[in-house]
Design a protein around this ligand. Structure first.
Ligand SMILES: *Cc1c(COP(=O)(O)O)cnc(C)c1O
Length: 419
């Protein structure tokens, strides 16, 4: 459920007609709905009503915009961060340091020190040398780092290969078979408070079965660690819940997910931590674009829009599907390929798709663009960095400016030894 709906034949974001944003801000532009964001944040929390002790950390890599983060901070969400830059964003958005979890397979020593200096709540350790380094840095600062060990449960998440993270041959976590020995060695180090386990098997999961399999293995590991005398107080179950991209997609709801989690973990007696990203932000945003040209093609016409793979990379990266919908649909349809202006054949949003009939100058949106959209944007082809707008009822604010080629060039220089 989202707040991008038609009124009098025109798509609105809450109470704002999208043509108004196109006219005042220009296209392409991301448009987010605050009400949708809040609804999704609440729905995820409600889904976990039978989990007594929980901590919610929004995976901010999917949408790190400060305005978006502030909304979620007000909803009581902390942050799951994967870099020092994201850590600073979470703090700048008003999230409490103790509500920040630091994930990521390649944290630098400087980032580990930064996390300690900022007083974050938890480090998710990806392998033994990282834990050893963190212990050393913490000890030198006369601190103790709260930490959990990320395990790789070797389950197939059943999602796109590029966003699967829990198979034995993925780069994330330590093998669940070797986890007890590694945990034991790390737990013995002064400077570390090894308090639990983390798992995250992938993104855009459309079935609960792989999640349940992974959590069940983690439950066995927790029992094994306790039997070995360790105190396990926290288990981080990661993120990964999928969202509908197509009308007939039917991923598990937060309520179904929460019921499964409550059932599988009922005897664990830990604080459960969650790192939802896409399920919160995905359907809270659209990418608004204008049709530049319609050009004949071999199989169907090309609808060339002013948004491109540099603005929304998911189709080029993962063959991802985004609904393409006219802002003022006429009811007529056409079969077309939707492409951007970038000089790559990969700059294709849809091939030979039956879609709303659009022509030159018409506005349209790519739906479900609130997660892994603007955050992956680049300036390839010297295009501007796409701006972002947050709508709240009948008002909106540009929460990220359009960064033009001029601004990018201002940060470059030509060596004076080239004459
Ligand atoms: C990306 C990521 C998430 C969020 O994944 P979603 O599919 O967006 O929910 C959570 N935890 C970790 C460690 C991640 O890398």
């Amino acid at each position: 459920m989202n707040h991008f709906e038609f009124r009098d034949g025109v798509m609105h974001a809450e109470d704002i007609p999208l043509p108004r944003i196109a006219e005042e801000i220009g296209t392409p532009v991301y448009v987010y709905s605050r009400a949708t964001l809040e609804r999704h944040a609440q729905a995820f929390r409600d889904g976990l009503k039978d989990v007594p002790k929980k901590h919610l950390a929004f995976a901010i890599k999917c949408n790190p915009n400060l305005g978006v983060l502030r909304v979620l901070a007000r909803q009581g969400y902390g942050a799951d961060v994967v870099s020092g830059g994201e850590l600073e964003r979470a703090l700048a958005a008003g999230m409490a340091p103790e509500d920040i979890v630091f994930s990521g397979v390649g944290k630098t020593r400087a980032e580990l020190a930064q996390g300690l200096d900022r007083g974050i709540g938890q480090f998710n350790i990806e392998h033994e040398p990282e834990g050893v380094a963190l212990a050393k840095i913490a000890l030198a600062k006369e601190m103790t780092a709260p930490a959990v060990l990320r395990v790789n449960p070797d389950v197939d998440a059943g999602t796109h290969a590029k966003i699967s993270t829990g198979k034995a041959d993925n780069k994330f976590g330590v093998g669940i078979d070797v986890a007890p020995e590694i945990f034991g060695r790390l737990a013995a180090l002064p400077g570390l408070n090894m308090r639990g386990i983390a798992v995250h098997i992938g993104s855009q999961l459309t079935s609960l079965a792989p999640l349940e399999a992974a959590f069940t293995r983690v439950g066995q590991l927790v029992a094994e660690l306790r039997a070995a005398g360790h105190s396990i107080t926290h288990v981080d179950l990661g993120g990964g819940l999928g969202v509908p991209y197509k009308a007939d997609d039917n991923p598990p709801s937060p309520a179904e997910y929460g019921a499964m989690v409550a059932r599988v973990t009922k005897d664990w007696d830990v604080t459960l931590m969650f790192e939802p990203g896409r399920v919160i932000a995905g359907n809270t945003g659209v990418l608004l674009t204008e049709v530049l040209w319609v050009k004949p093609g071999a199989t169907s016409p090309f609808v060339i829009v002013d948004a491109a793979m540099n603005d929304l990379a998911r189709p080029a990266l993962y063959d991802a599907y985004h609904d393409f919908v006219a802002v003022k649909p006429t009811g007529e349809t056409m079969t077309a390929s939707i492409v951007g202006p970038v000089c790559e054949t990969g700059d294709t949003f849809a091939r030979d798709r039956v879609t709303d009939k659009v022509g030159e100058g018409d506005l349209a949106v790519f739906r479900t663009a609130g997660a892994y959209g603007a955050t992956m944007a680049s300036t390839y082809n010297s295009r501007s960095l796409v701006p972002e707008v947050l709508v709240d009822g009948d008002r909106y604010v540009v929460v990220a400016d359009r960064i033009t080629a001029g601004t990018i060039m201002a940060a470059e220089r030509v060596p004076d030894w080239i004459d």
